[in-house]
Design a protein around this ligand. Structure first.
Ligand code: FAD
Ligand code: NAD
Length: 475
Protein backbone atom coordinates (compact mmCIF):
# COMPACT_ATOMS: atom_id res chain seq x y z
CA UNK A 1 0.00 0.00 0.00
CA UNK A 2 1.55 3.39 -0.93
CA UNK A 3 0.38 6.99 -0.49
CA UNK A 4 0.84 9.20 -3.57
CA UNK A 5 2.13 12.77 -3.16
CA UNK A 6 3.11 15.43 -5.68
CA UNK A 7 6.17 16.33 -3.61
CA UNK A 8 7.93 14.62 -0.70
CA UNK A 9 10.75 16.55 0.95
CA UNK A 10 13.28 14.59 3.01
CA UNK A 11 14.68 16.98 5.63
CA UNK A 12 12.83 19.80 7.39
CA UNK A 13 15.67 22.32 7.84
CA UNK A 14 15.72 25.82 6.28
CA UNK A 15 16.13 24.28 2.81
CA UNK A 16 13.52 21.53 3.16
CA UNK A 17 10.66 23.15 5.05
CA UNK A 18 10.38 26.18 2.71
CA UNK A 19 10.34 23.77 -0.26
CA UNK A 20 7.39 21.95 1.31
CA UNK A 21 5.57 25.19 2.17
CA UNK A 22 5.99 26.63 -1.34
CA UNK A 23 4.84 23.31 -2.82
CA UNK A 24 1.73 23.56 -0.64
CA UNK A 25 1.20 27.20 -1.70
CA UNK A 26 1.43 25.96 -5.29
CA UNK A 27 -1.52 23.63 -4.54
CA UNK A 28 0.64 20.52 -4.70
CA UNK A 29 0.07 17.65 -2.27
CA UNK A 30 3.24 17.85 -0.19
CA UNK A 31 4.80 16.09 2.78
CA UNK A 32 8.01 16.81 4.69
CA UNK A 33 9.80 14.01 6.54
CA UNK A 34 12.32 14.79 9.29
CA UNK A 35 14.07 12.85 12.04
CA UNK A 36 15.68 15.62 14.15
CA UNK A 37 15.74 14.85 17.89
CA UNK A 38 16.82 17.54 20.34
CA UNK A 39 19.07 16.91 23.34
CA UNK A 40 15.99 16.82 25.61
CA UNK A 41 14.58 14.00 23.45
CA UNK A 42 11.94 16.14 21.73
CA UNK A 43 11.27 16.03 17.98
CA UNK A 44 11.24 19.31 16.03
CA UNK A 45 11.31 20.53 12.48
CA UNK A 46 13.79 23.27 11.58
CA UNK A 47 16.99 21.24 11.20
CA UNK A 48 20.39 22.47 12.27
CA UNK A 49 19.56 26.14 11.75
CA UNK A 50 16.62 26.44 14.10
CA UNK A 51 17.59 23.77 16.64
CA UNK A 52 21.37 23.90 16.88
CA UNK A 53 22.69 26.65 14.65
CA UNK A 54 21.55 30.08 13.45
CA UNK A 55 18.80 30.70 16.00
CA UNK A 56 20.26 29.45 19.31
CA UNK A 57 23.63 31.01 18.46
CA UNK A 58 22.01 34.38 17.75
CA UNK A 59 20.00 34.16 20.98
CA UNK A 60 23.22 33.68 22.96
CA UNK A 61 25.10 36.31 20.94
CA UNK A 62 22.36 38.81 21.81
CA UNK A 63 22.29 37.90 25.52
CA UNK A 64 26.06 37.88 25.87
CA UNK A 65 26.40 41.19 24.05
CA UNK A 66 23.86 42.80 26.37
CA UNK A 67 25.82 41.49 29.34
CA UNK A 68 29.09 42.80 27.92
CA UNK A 69 27.55 46.20 27.17
CA UNK A 70 26.01 46.44 30.63
CA UNK A 71 29.43 45.65 32.06
CA UNK A 72 31.62 47.89 29.90
CA UNK A 73 29.44 50.46 28.19
CA UNK A 74 26.53 51.48 30.37
CA UNK A 75 28.77 53.65 32.56
CA UNK A 76 29.80 55.64 29.47
CA UNK A 77 26.11 56.46 28.94
CA UNK A 78 25.82 57.53 32.56
CA UNK A 79 23.87 54.44 33.60
CA UNK A 80 24.85 52.84 36.88
CA UNK A 81 23.65 49.29 37.40
CA UNK A 82 25.28 48.33 40.67
CA UNK A 83 26.67 44.80 40.93
CA UNK A 84 26.04 43.03 37.66
CA UNK A 85 25.19 39.35 37.91
CA UNK A 86 25.04 36.67 35.30
CA UNK A 87 22.31 34.01 35.46
CA UNK A 88 23.39 31.48 32.83
CA UNK A 89 20.50 29.13 33.58
CA UNK A 90 17.97 31.85 32.68
CA UNK A 91 20.00 32.83 29.61
CA UNK A 92 19.96 29.22 28.43
CA UNK A 93 16.27 28.86 29.23
CA UNK A 94 15.57 31.88 27.05
CA UNK A 95 17.70 30.42 24.24
CA UNK A 96 15.73 27.17 24.41
CA UNK A 97 12.43 29.02 24.46
CA UNK A 98 13.33 31.14 21.40
CA UNK A 99 14.19 27.91 19.57
CA UNK A 100 10.97 26.19 20.67
CA UNK A 101 8.82 29.10 19.51
CA UNK A 102 10.50 29.13 16.11
CA UNK A 103 10.40 25.37 15.52
CA UNK A 104 6.79 25.21 16.73
CA UNK A 105 6.00 27.93 14.19
CA UNK A 106 6.90 25.57 11.35
CA UNK A 107 4.00 23.29 12.29
CA UNK A 108 1.65 26.26 12.05
CA UNK A 109 3.10 27.20 8.66
CA UNK A 110 2.74 23.60 7.43
CA UNK A 111 -0.88 23.56 8.53
CA UNK A 112 -1.69 26.84 6.80
CA UNK A 113 -0.15 25.69 3.51
CA UNK A 114 -1.60 22.17 3.63
CA UNK A 115 1.73 20.36 4.14
CA UNK A 116 1.83 17.07 6.02
CA UNK A 117 4.76 17.00 8.47
CA UNK A 118 5.97 13.47 9.20
CA UNK A 119 8.38 12.48 11.95
CA UNK A 120 10.71 9.74 10.78
CA UNK A 121 13.69 8.74 8.72
CA UNK A 122 13.25 9.07 4.97
CA UNK A 123 15.09 6.87 2.48
CA UNK A 124 14.83 7.35 -1.25
CA UNK A 125 14.04 4.13 -3.09
CA UNK A 126 14.35 3.66 -6.85
CA UNK A 127 11.29 4.93 -8.74
CA UNK A 128 10.62 8.01 -6.58
CA UNK A 129 9.37 6.10 -3.58
CA UNK A 130 10.30 7.10 -0.05
CA UNK A 131 10.57 4.56 2.74
CA UNK A 132 9.68 6.27 6.01
CA UNK A 133 10.72 4.66 9.28
CA UNK A 134 8.80 6.18 12.18
CA UNK A 135 10.14 6.70 15.72
CA UNK A 136 8.44 3.43 16.68
CA UNK A 137 10.41 1.58 13.98
CA UNK A 138 7.34 1.05 11.79
CA UNK A 139 7.93 1.39 8.06
CA UNK A 140 5.68 2.70 5.33
CA UNK A 141 6.31 3.56 1.71
CA UNK A 142 5.19 6.86 0.23
CA UNK A 143 5.19 7.52 -3.48
CA UNK A 144 5.76 10.93 -5.03
CA UNK A 145 5.88 12.53 -8.45
CA UNK A 146 8.85 14.55 -7.14
CA UNK A 147 11.27 14.02 -4.26
CA UNK A 148 13.39 16.83 -2.81
CA UNK A 149 16.45 15.77 -0.83
CA UNK A 150 17.33 18.30 1.90
CA UNK A 151 19.25 16.23 4.43
CA UNK A 152 21.69 19.01 5.38
CA UNK A 153 25.10 18.72 6.96
CA UNK A 154 26.94 17.63 10.11
CA UNK A 155 30.15 18.92 11.74
CA UNK A 156 33.49 17.68 10.42
CA UNK A 157 35.43 15.69 13.02
CA UNK A 158 39.20 15.51 13.36
CA UNK A 159 40.79 12.07 13.53
CA UNK A 160 42.97 12.71 16.57
CA UNK A 161 40.42 14.75 18.48
CA UNK A 162 37.84 12.27 19.82
CA UNK A 163 34.63 13.95 20.99
CA UNK A 164 33.17 12.85 24.29
CA UNK A 165 30.24 15.29 24.27
CA UNK A 166 31.33 16.78 27.60
CA UNK A 167 34.88 18.11 27.31
CA UNK A 168 35.57 17.80 23.60
CA UNK A 169 32.45 18.94 21.82
CA UNK A 170 30.91 20.29 18.62
CA UNK A 171 29.04 23.57 18.14
CA UNK A 172 25.71 22.09 19.21
CA UNK A 173 27.07 21.06 22.65
CA UNK A 174 28.85 24.41 22.92
CA UNK A 175 25.51 26.21 22.63
CA UNK A 176 24.17 24.27 25.59
CA UNK A 177 26.96 24.59 28.19
CA UNK A 178 25.39 24.90 31.65
CA UNK A 179 28.47 26.51 33.20
CA UNK A 180 30.94 29.04 31.86
CA UNK A 181 34.22 27.27 31.07
CA UNK A 182 37.10 29.18 32.66
CA UNK A 183 39.35 28.24 29.73
CA UNK A 184 37.74 27.51 26.37
CA UNK A 185 39.66 26.18 23.39
CA UNK A 186 38.22 26.39 19.88
CA UNK A 187 39.69 24.63 16.86
CA UNK A 188 38.93 26.69 13.75
CA UNK A 189 38.72 30.49 13.40
CA UNK A 190 35.83 30.25 10.94
CA UNK A 191 32.32 31.58 11.38
CA UNK A 192 31.36 29.22 14.22
CA UNK A 193 34.69 29.65 16.03
CA UNK A 194 34.34 33.43 15.98
CA UNK A 195 30.66 33.55 16.94
CA UNK A 196 30.81 30.96 19.73
CA UNK A 197 34.24 32.16 20.86
CA UNK A 198 32.69 35.64 21.20
CA UNK A 199 29.70 34.37 23.20
CA UNK A 200 31.79 32.58 25.84
CA UNK A 201 34.48 35.28 25.98
CA UNK A 202 31.81 37.89 26.73
CA UNK A 203 30.43 35.67 29.48
CA UNK A 204 33.86 35.36 31.09
CA UNK A 205 35.81 32.51 29.45
CA UNK A 206 39.43 32.89 28.51
CA UNK A 207 39.20 31.85 24.85
CA UNK A 208 42.01 30.49 22.67
CA UNK A 209 41.25 29.85 18.99
CA UNK A 210 43.60 27.57 17.07
CA UNK A 211 43.46 28.15 13.32
CA UNK A 212 45.46 25.95 10.92
CA UNK A 213 45.75 28.57 8.18
CA UNK A 214 48.26 31.43 8.33
CA UNK A 215 45.68 33.83 6.92
CA UNK A 216 42.77 35.02 9.03
CA UNK A 217 39.27 34.77 7.51
CA UNK A 218 40.39 34.29 3.89
CA UNK A 219 36.75 34.21 2.67
CA UNK A 220 36.34 37.89 3.60
CA UNK A 221 37.79 40.97 1.88
CA UNK A 222 41.39 41.42 3.07
CA UNK A 223 40.86 44.86 4.62
CA UNK A 224 37.77 43.64 6.48
CA UNK A 225 39.59 40.54 7.78
CA UNK A 226 42.48 42.71 8.99
CA UNK A 227 40.15 45.08 10.81
CA UNK A 228 38.21 42.15 12.32
CA UNK A 229 41.36 40.46 13.64
CA UNK A 230 42.44 43.73 15.26
CA UNK A 231 39.10 44.04 17.10
CA UNK A 232 38.90 40.38 18.15
CA UNK A 233 42.44 40.47 19.55
CA UNK A 234 41.68 43.70 21.40
CA UNK A 235 38.58 42.10 22.89
CA UNK A 236 40.75 39.28 24.25
CA UNK A 237 40.12 36.44 21.80
CA UNK A 238 43.51 34.76 21.60
CA UNK A 239 43.57 33.75 17.92
CA UNK A 240 46.61 31.67 17.02
CA UNK A 241 47.14 31.45 13.26
CA UNK A 242 49.18 28.70 11.60
CA UNK A 243 48.35 26.44 14.57
CA UNK A 244 48.02 22.85 13.38
CA UNK A 245 46.32 20.64 15.94
CA UNK A 246 48.02 17.27 16.32
CA UNK A 247 45.78 15.72 18.95
CA UNK A 248 43.56 16.39 21.92
CA UNK A 249 42.68 14.20 24.87
CA UNK A 250 40.59 14.52 28.00
CA UNK A 251 42.89 14.72 31.02
CA UNK A 252 40.94 14.78 34.27
CA UNK A 253 38.34 17.56 34.19
CA UNK A 254 40.27 19.30 31.37
CA UNK A 255 41.54 18.79 27.84
CA UNK A 256 45.14 18.77 26.63
CA UNK A 257 45.49 20.01 23.08
CA UNK A 258 48.75 19.49 21.24
CA UNK A 259 49.40 21.78 18.30
CA UNK A 260 52.34 22.86 16.14
CA UNK A 261 53.14 26.28 14.75
CA UNK A 262 56.23 27.97 13.33
CA UNK A 263 57.77 27.98 16.83
CA UNK A 264 57.37 24.22 17.34
CA UNK A 265 55.05 21.97 19.36
CA UNK A 266 52.88 23.30 22.20
CA UNK A 267 50.35 21.91 24.65
CA UNK A 268 47.34 24.00 25.55
CA UNK A 269 45.19 23.03 28.50
CA UNK A 270 41.54 24.07 28.43
CA UNK A 271 38.38 23.16 30.35
CA UNK A 272 36.32 22.62 27.20
CA UNK A 273 37.35 22.22 23.59
CA UNK A 274 35.00 23.07 20.71
CA UNK A 275 35.81 21.63 17.31
CA UNK A 276 34.57 24.00 14.59
CA UNK A 277 36.52 23.07 11.47
CA UNK A 278 33.68 23.09 8.97
CA UNK A 279 30.66 20.96 8.11
CA UNK A 280 30.14 18.13 5.66
CA UNK A 281 27.11 16.98 3.67
CA UNK A 282 24.94 14.39 5.42
CA UNK A 283 23.56 11.53 3.31
CA UNK A 284 23.79 8.60 5.70
CA UNK A 285 20.87 6.20 5.14
CA UNK A 286 19.34 8.56 2.58
CA UNK A 287 19.83 6.73 -0.70
CA UNK A 288 18.89 3.12 -1.27
CA UNK A 289 20.81 1.04 -3.79
CA UNK A 290 19.90 1.83 -7.38
CA UNK A 291 18.38 5.32 -7.04
CA UNK A 292 20.91 6.72 -9.53
CA UNK A 293 21.53 9.85 -7.40
CA UNK A 294 25.25 10.63 -7.50
CA UNK A 295 27.59 12.13 -4.92
CA UNK A 296 30.71 14.10 -5.79
CA UNK A 297 34.17 13.38 -4.39
CA UNK A 298 33.42 15.41 -1.23
CA UNK A 299 30.09 13.68 -0.57
CA UNK A 300 27.77 16.44 -1.85
CA UNK A 301 24.76 15.34 -3.93
CA UNK A 302 25.48 16.35 -7.52
CA UNK A 303 23.04 18.88 -8.94
CA UNK A 304 22.83 21.40 -11.79
CA UNK A 305 22.14 25.14 -11.39
CA UNK A 306 18.46 24.36 -10.82
CA UNK A 307 19.13 21.67 -8.18
CA UNK A 308 18.19 18.75 -10.47
CA UNK A 309 20.09 15.59 -9.50
CA UNK A 310 20.12 14.00 -12.95
CA UNK A 311 17.50 11.43 -11.90
CA UNK A 312 14.10 12.46 -13.28
CA UNK A 313 12.06 14.39 -10.69
CA UNK A 314 14.62 14.01 -7.90
CA UNK A 315 16.01 17.32 -6.63
CA UNK A 316 18.46 18.26 -3.89
CA UNK A 317 18.84 21.56 -1.99
CA UNK A 318 20.68 23.22 0.90
CA UNK A 319 23.86 22.16 2.69
CA UNK A 320 23.81 18.73 1.04
CA UNK A 321 24.62 20.33 -2.34
CA UNK A 322 27.46 22.59 -3.52
CA UNK A 323 27.67 26.26 -2.58
CA UNK A 324 27.90 28.12 0.71
CA UNK A 325 26.41 26.34 3.71
CA UNK A 326 23.97 29.09 4.61
CA UNK A 327 20.33 28.90 5.64
CA UNK A 328 19.18 31.62 3.21
CA UNK A 329 20.95 29.91 0.29
CA UNK A 330 19.12 26.66 1.13
CA UNK A 331 15.80 28.46 1.50
CA UNK A 332 16.07 30.06 -1.94
CA UNK A 333 16.96 26.70 -3.49
CA UNK A 334 14.02 24.99 -1.78
CA UNK A 335 11.58 27.65 -2.97
CA UNK A 336 13.06 27.59 -6.49
CA UNK A 337 12.61 23.83 -6.77
CA UNK A 338 9.01 23.93 -5.52
CA UNK A 339 8.22 26.63 -8.10
CA UNK A 340 9.95 24.73 -10.92
CA UNK A 341 7.96 21.61 -10.00
CA UNK A 342 4.77 23.66 -10.27
CA UNK A 343 5.84 24.80 -13.75
CA UNK A 344 6.76 28.37 -12.76
CA UNK A 345 9.91 30.28 -13.70
CA UNK A 346 12.45 30.24 -10.87
CA UNK A 347 16.16 30.63 -10.33
CA UNK A 348 18.71 31.42 -7.63
CA UNK A 349 21.19 34.22 -8.27
CA UNK A 350 24.26 32.57 -6.77
CA UNK A 351 26.34 35.71 -7.40
CA UNK A 352 24.55 37.70 -4.74
CA UNK A 353 24.30 35.51 -1.67
CA UNK A 354 25.12 37.62 1.40
CA UNK A 355 27.39 36.38 4.20
CA UNK A 356 27.12 37.64 7.77
CA UNK A 357 29.27 36.93 10.81
CA UNK A 358 27.34 37.99 13.91
CA UNK A 359 30.27 39.12 16.03
CA UNK A 360 30.77 42.63 17.41
CA UNK A 361 31.58 44.41 15.25
CA UNK A 362 29.40 42.49 12.84
CA UNK A 363 30.83 41.52 9.46
CA UNK A 364 28.80 41.25 6.26
CA UNK A 365 29.45 41.18 2.57
CA UNK A 366 28.01 40.38 -0.83
CA UNK A 367 29.72 39.92 -4.18
CA UNK A 368 33.44 39.83 -4.81
CA UNK A 369 36.24 40.85 -2.48
CA UNK A 370 38.84 43.33 -3.72
CA UNK A 371 41.33 40.43 -3.95
CA UNK A 372 38.96 38.44 -6.17
CA UNK A 373 38.32 41.39 -8.48
CA UNK A 374 42.05 42.09 -8.71
CA UNK A 375 42.77 38.42 -9.53
CA UNK A 376 40.08 38.54 -12.24
CA UNK A 377 42.00 41.36 -13.92
CA UNK A 378 39.06 43.77 -14.38
CA UNK A 379 40.12 47.35 -13.59
CA UNK A 380 38.31 48.53 -10.48
CA UNK A 381 37.91 51.38 -8.01
CA UNK A 382 37.10 51.31 -4.30
CA UNK A 383 35.58 53.63 -1.73
CA UNK A 384 35.37 53.30 2.04
CA UNK A 385 33.63 55.12 4.85
CA UNK A 386 34.53 54.69 8.53
CA UNK A 387 31.79 54.40 11.15
CA UNK A 388 33.93 56.77 13.24
CA UNK A 389 32.48 59.51 11.00
CA UNK A 390 28.88 58.28 11.37
CA UNK A 391 26.77 60.36 13.75
CA UNK A 392 24.42 57.44 14.37
CA UNK A 393 27.26 55.03 15.13
CA UNK A 394 28.77 57.60 17.53
CA UNK A 395 25.39 58.04 19.24
CA UNK A 396 25.19 54.26 19.61
CA UNK A 397 28.71 54.10 21.08
CA UNK A 398 29.50 51.74 18.17
CA UNK A 399 31.76 53.80 15.91
CA UNK A 400 33.98 50.91 14.84
CA UNK A 401 34.75 49.50 11.41
CA UNK A 402 33.89 50.72 7.92
CA UNK A 403 31.89 50.12 4.77
CA UNK A 404 33.71 49.41 1.52
CA UNK A 405 32.52 49.25 -2.07
CA UNK A 406 34.40 47.69 -4.98
CA UNK A 407 33.15 48.83 -8.41
CA UNK A 408 34.18 48.31 -12.01
CA UNK A 409 36.31 51.09 -13.48
CA UNK A 410 34.75 50.73 -16.95
CA UNK A 411 30.96 50.75 -16.44
CA UNK A 412 30.74 51.60 -12.71
CA UNK A 413 28.97 48.27 -11.88
CA UNK A 414 29.03 47.43 -8.17
CA UNK A 415 31.07 44.23 -7.81
CA UNK A 416 31.16 43.81 -4.05
CA UNK A 417 30.06 45.54 -0.85
CA UNK A 418 31.77 44.78 2.47
CA UNK A 419 30.85 46.06 5.90
CA UNK A 420 32.39 45.64 9.32
CA UNK A 421 30.56 47.60 11.95
CA UNK A 422 27.28 47.99 13.83
CA UNK A 423 24.32 46.10 12.31
CA UNK A 424 26.39 45.13 9.26
CA UNK A 425 24.09 42.14 8.76
CA UNK A 426 21.09 44.44 8.36
CA UNK A 427 22.96 47.03 6.27
CA UNK A 428 24.00 44.40 3.74
CA UNK A 429 20.42 43.93 2.49
CA UNK A 430 20.63 47.24 0.65
CA UNK A 431 23.83 46.03 -0.99
CA UNK A 432 22.21 42.73 -1.99
CA UNK A 433 19.24 44.54 -3.51
CA UNK A 434 21.54 46.94 -5.36
CA UNK A 435 23.55 44.07 -6.82
CA UNK A 436 20.40 42.04 -7.61
CA UNK A 437 19.34 44.98 -9.79
CA UNK A 438 22.89 45.30 -11.25
CA UNK A 439 23.25 48.77 -9.73
CA UNK A 440 26.09 51.11 -10.59
CA UNK A 441 27.90 53.02 -7.85
CA UNK A 442 26.14 56.12 -9.16
CA UNK A 443 22.74 54.49 -8.49
CA UNK A 444 23.69 54.19 -4.80
CA UNK A 445 25.17 57.71 -4.80
CA UNK A 446 21.85 59.10 -6.08
CA UNK A 447 19.74 57.13 -3.57
CA UNK A 448 18.67 59.22 -0.58
CA UNK A 449 19.61 57.69 2.77
CA UNK A 450 17.89 58.92 5.92
CA UNK A 451 19.98 60.88 8.41
CA UNK A 452 21.23 59.94 10.91
CA UNK A 453 21.29 56.24 10.04
CA UNK A 454 24.00 53.62 9.80
CA UNK A 455 23.00 53.11 6.17
CA UNK A 456 24.60 56.45 5.34
CA UNK A 457 27.91 54.57 5.56
CA UNK A 458 26.98 52.65 2.39
CA UNK A 459 25.96 55.92 0.71
CA UNK A 460 29.19 57.66 1.69
CA UNK A 461 31.31 54.66 0.66
CA UNK A 462 29.63 54.82 -2.77
CA UNK A 463 30.42 58.55 -2.97
CA UNK A 464 34.00 57.83 -1.90
CA UNK A 465 34.41 55.46 -4.87
CA UNK A 466 34.43 58.63 -7.04
CA UNK A 467 36.14 60.81 -4.42
CA UNK A 468 32.87 62.64 -3.71
CA UNK A 469 32.34 61.71 -0.05
CA UNK A 470 30.85 64.55 1.96
CA UNK A 471 31.18 63.27 5.51
CA UNK A 472 34.32 61.18 5.01
CA UNK A 473 37.81 61.90 3.81
CA UNK A 474 38.39 60.89 0.17
CA UNK A 475 41.60 58.92 -0.20
P1 FAD B 1 19.84 21.20 8.01
O1 FAD B 1 19.46 22.45 8.69
O2 FAD B 1 21.02 20.45 8.49
O3 FAD B 1 18.55 20.28 8.07
C1 FAD B 1 18.53 18.98 7.57
C2 FAD B 1 17.42 18.22 8.26
O4 FAD B 1 17.25 16.99 7.60
C3 FAD B 1 17.70 17.90 9.72
O5 FAD B 1 16.59 18.22 10.50
C4 FAD B 1 17.95 16.40 9.72
O6 FAD B 1 17.50 15.78 10.92
C5 FAD B 1 17.06 15.97 8.56
N1 FAD B 1 17.44 14.71 7.93
C6 FAD B 1 18.64 14.36 7.41
N2 FAD B 1 18.58 13.16 6.82
C7 FAD B 1 17.30 12.73 6.98
C8 FAD B 1 16.61 11.58 6.59
N3 FAD B 1 17.20 10.61 5.87
N4 FAD B 1 15.30 11.46 6.92
C9 FAD B 1 14.68 12.43 7.63
N5 FAD B 1 15.28 13.56 8.01
C10 FAD B 1 16.57 13.70 7.69
N6 FAD B 1 23.56 29.81 8.50
C11 FAD B 1 23.14 31.06 8.25
O7 FAD B 1 22.73 31.35 7.12
N7 FAD B 1 23.14 32.02 9.23
C12 FAD B 1 23.59 31.75 10.48
O8 FAD B 1 23.58 32.63 11.33
C13 FAD B 1 24.05 30.44 10.76
N8 FAD B 1 24.50 30.13 11.99
C14 FAD B 1 24.91 28.86 12.25
C15 FAD B 1 25.39 28.57 13.54
C16 FAD B 1 25.81 27.28 13.83
C17 FAD B 1 26.32 26.97 15.22
C18 FAD B 1 25.73 26.26 12.84
C19 FAD B 1 26.14 24.84 13.14
C20 FAD B 1 25.27 26.54 11.57
C21 FAD B 1 24.86 27.85 11.26
N9 FAD B 1 24.42 28.20 9.98
C22 FAD B 1 24.01 29.48 9.73
C23 FAD B 1 24.37 27.22 8.89
C24 FAD B 1 22.91 26.70 8.73
O9 FAD B 1 22.50 26.13 9.94
C25 FAD B 1 22.85 25.68 7.59
O10 FAD B 1 23.35 26.25 6.40
C26 FAD B 1 21.41 25.27 7.36
O11 FAD B 1 20.84 24.71 8.52
C27 FAD B 1 21.30 24.25 6.23
O12 FAD B 1 19.97 23.93 6.02
P2 FAD B 1 19.53 22.50 5.43
O13 FAD B 1 18.05 22.52 5.45
O14 FAD B 1 20.24 22.26 4.16
O15 FAD B 1 20.09 21.44 6.45
P1 NAD C 1 34.26 27.39 8.48
O1 NAD C 1 34.54 26.74 7.19
O2 NAD C 1 33.62 28.73 8.52
O3 NAD C 1 35.61 27.53 9.33
C1 NAD C 1 36.40 26.43 9.68
C2 NAD C 1 37.78 26.93 10.04
O4 NAD C 1 38.50 25.87 10.60
C3 NAD C 1 38.57 27.44 8.83
O5 NAD C 1 39.12 28.69 9.13
C4 NAD C 1 39.61 26.37 8.64
O6 NAD C 1 40.83 26.86 8.09
C5 NAD C 1 39.81 25.88 10.06
N1 NAD C 1 40.33 24.52 10.15
C6 NAD C 1 40.00 23.44 9.40
N2 NAD C 1 40.68 22.35 9.82
C7 NAD C 1 41.43 22.75 10.88
C8 NAD C 1 42.33 22.09 11.76
N3 NAD C 1 42.59 20.79 11.62
N4 NAD C 1 42.92 22.81 12.74
C9 NAD C 1 42.66 24.14 12.89
N5 NAD C 1 41.81 24.80 12.07
C10 NAD C 1 41.20 24.13 11.09
O7 NAD C 1 33.40 26.30 9.30
P2 NAD C 1 32.58 26.43 10.64
O8 NAD C 1 32.97 27.65 11.40
O9 NAD C 1 32.67 25.11 11.28
O10 NAD C 1 31.11 26.64 10.10
C11 NAD C 1 30.50 25.62 9.30
C12 NAD C 1 29.51 26.20 8.35
O11 NAD C 1 28.40 26.73 9.03
C13 NAD C 1 30.12 27.28 7.51
O12 NAD C 1 30.05 26.89 6.16
C14 NAD C 1 29.29 28.48 7.72
O13 NAD C 1 28.90 29.07 6.54
C15 NAD C 1 28.06 27.99 8.47
N6 NAD C 1 27.79 28.97 9.53
C16 NAD C 1 27.34 30.19 9.16
C17 NAD C 1 27.14 31.15 10.10
C18 NAD C 1 26.65 32.49 9.68
O14 NAD C 1 26.17 32.60 8.56
N7 NAD C 1 26.73 33.51 10.52
C19 NAD C 1 27.41 30.90 11.44
C20 NAD C 1 27.90 29.65 11.78
C21 NAD C 1 28.08 28.70 10.81
Amino acid sequence: MTDLYDVIVIGGGPAGYPAAIRAGQNKLKAACVDEWINTDGSFAFGGTCLNAGCIPSKALLESSELYQRAKDEFAVHGIKVGRLQLDLATMQKRRASVVKTMTGGILVLFKSSGVLGIQGHGRLLPGNKVLVTGPDGKERTLEAKHVVLASGSVPVRLKNVPHDGQYIVDSWNALEFDAIPARLGVIGAGVIGLELGSVWRRLGSEVTVLEAMDQFLPIADGAIAKEALRHFKKQGLDIKLGAKVQSAAVAGPAVDVVYCDAQGEHTLQVDKLVVAVGRQPFTQGLLAEGTGVELDARGFIQVDDHCRTGVANVWAVGDVVRGPMLAHKGKEEGVMVADLIAGHFAEVNYKVIPSVIYTAPEIAWVGQTEEQVKAGGRPYKTGTFPFAASGRARAMEAAQGFAKIVSAQDDDEVLGIHVIGPMAGELISEAVLAMEYSASTEDIQRTIHAHPTLSEAIHEAALAVDKKAIDGINR
